[in-house]
Every structure is written in C-alpha cells, then in structure tokens.
Write a protein that binds this ligand. Structure first.
Ligand code: ADP
Ligand code: MG
Length: 225
C-alpha cells in the first residue's frame, strides 16, 4: 500500500475569475520514499502540499492517504488523520518563542492526545535525535535559525507520522544546518516515513530519491513515474 495516492486531482479556487491551481495531478508516494516537488512560483506546489496535508480538499479527483479515501471526511476526521499520520515543516518554523524547547515539543504531544505518561520520554528522545537536548530549557525565541528549524523537525516527527511534508525547509539555512535537516529527514525515510519536500534548493533536490516538477498545475510528463 502506498502512503500517498493522488489520482486526477484538480483544485480550482472559486475567485473571480476562478484560478485553476491543479489541473489533474497524479502522484504516488511509497513508504520510505523521498520526493522533491519543484516548480516555479504559482505552479501549484503549495496547493498540492495543502491537499496532501489535509489542509485543503480537491475540487475533484481522489486522494487516498494510507489507503483511506479522504473524500467526504468531515473536519474532525481530517483533524484526527492529520494528527495521527502527518508531520509538517515550513520555511518559517512555527516555534513558540515564549515556550521552552521541551514545551514546544510537549505541546505537540498534548495536541495529538498522547497519554501523559508517554510524553516525557518521547520529548527527551526526539530532542536528543535533533541535537537539542542541551537546549531543552531555553526559550524558543533564543534559538538560532538552524536550531529553530531542528526544533520544527522535532515537533513534526515526535508524533511518529507516516507522511512528512515540508515547504522550503532548507530555504533559509546555511549548508551545515541544511545538511542536518536533510539528515533528520533521512532518518525518517529509513524508518519508513514518506517524505515530500517542496524546494527551490538544489541541495534538497539532489538529496531526494526523485523529483517531480509542477508546471501550471500539472506534473511535467515523462518525469513522474
Ligand atoms: P506555488 O506554491 O507553486 O507558488 P500555489 O499553489 O501557491 O503555487 O498557487 C497556485 C495558483 O493558485 C497561483 O495562481 C495562486 O495565485 C493561486 N492561489 C493560491 N491560493 C489561492 C487562494 N486561496 N485563492 C485564490 N487563488 C489562490
Ligand atoms: Mg508556495
């Protein structure tokens, strides 16, 4: 079973005039696969990521996540599937500046309804894996850019997602921190997580197992298998 199965997905924004952001996208992503999505600004990358992340619904077509057809899921069912199966990393990491590093991670576990007794060991383990254990008690706003992004990865993976979605996760990082973030994504892929990354960054495109290019709401033919 594939983690992601997108079939003929279209997304039209009902503006005036309407914007046809996705025009029939097919995409399959297997467990453990690292996919980079490339494309010019306005080609539909964020729209596709929002569909994959259950933040937006296709206008038509089907999206199966972990074998479940997500059509017709109400908000609560989407929220449940999102917090059970998905992790997100964005270019501007969503770190809570007035909370400590450990609290930032802990709050993700609270939101995902992880039982209280399981939380502390999960926080300690993930902070160790991203190399932030020595910063556990520091306030989020005091972290460097690279540390913030590692914390964002920790928040995304602590709930053990099956699909990790990232929008320009290395865009603002120097080479060393970009490599660290990609190493963390590798660790996820080796554990069987499907990793889908939107990027303009050649470092990230060459890291992926395959690249998919969006052109005007369609996947460029001949590139996507
Ligand atoms: P990318 O991420 O590749 O830059 P987007 O998916 O953000 O592309 O946008 C694709 C197209 O859809 C663009 O023409 C954009 O202006 C339009 N668009 C994106 N979001 C909305 C929205 N909420 N309402 C109307 N049009 C939108
Ligand atoms: Mg975008």
């Amino acid at each position: 079973m594939s983690v992601v199965e997108v079939r003929d997905v279209r997304r039209t924004y009902p503006t005036s005039p309407p914007v046809h952001a996705l025009l029939g996208v097919d995409l399959t992503v297997a467990a453990g696969e690292r996919t980079a999505i490339l494309g010019q600004s306005g080609s539909g990358k964020s729209t596709l990521l929002n569909v994959l992340g259950l933040l937006d619904e296709p206008t038509s077509g089907t999206y199966r996540l972990l074998g479940e057809d997500t059509a017709g899921y109400d908000g609560a069912a989407r929220d449940r599937l999102r917090s059970r199966a998905l992790g997100f990393v964005f270019q501007e990491s969503h770190v809570l500046g007035h909370r400590t590093v450990a609290e930032n991670v802990l709050l993700k576990l609270v939101a995902a309804a992880v039982p209280r007794s399981e939380r502390a060991p999960l926080v300690a383990d993930v902070l160790h894996r991203v190399g932030l254990d020595h910063r556990a008690d520091a306030l989020g706003r005091l972290l460097s850019g690279g540390e913030k992004q590692r914390l964002a990865v920790a928040r995304a993976v602590v709930t053990q997602p099956r699909l990790l979605l990232a929008d320009e996760p290395t865009g603002n990082l120097d080479d060393g921190n970009a490599a660290t973030v990609l190493d963390l994504f590798d660790e996820q892929a080796r554990a069987g997580v499907a990793v889908v990354v939107i990027t303009h960054d050649p470092r990230t495109a060459s890291w992926a197992d395959r690249t998919v290019r969006l052109v005007d709401g369609r996947i460029e033919p001949g590139v996507e298998a």
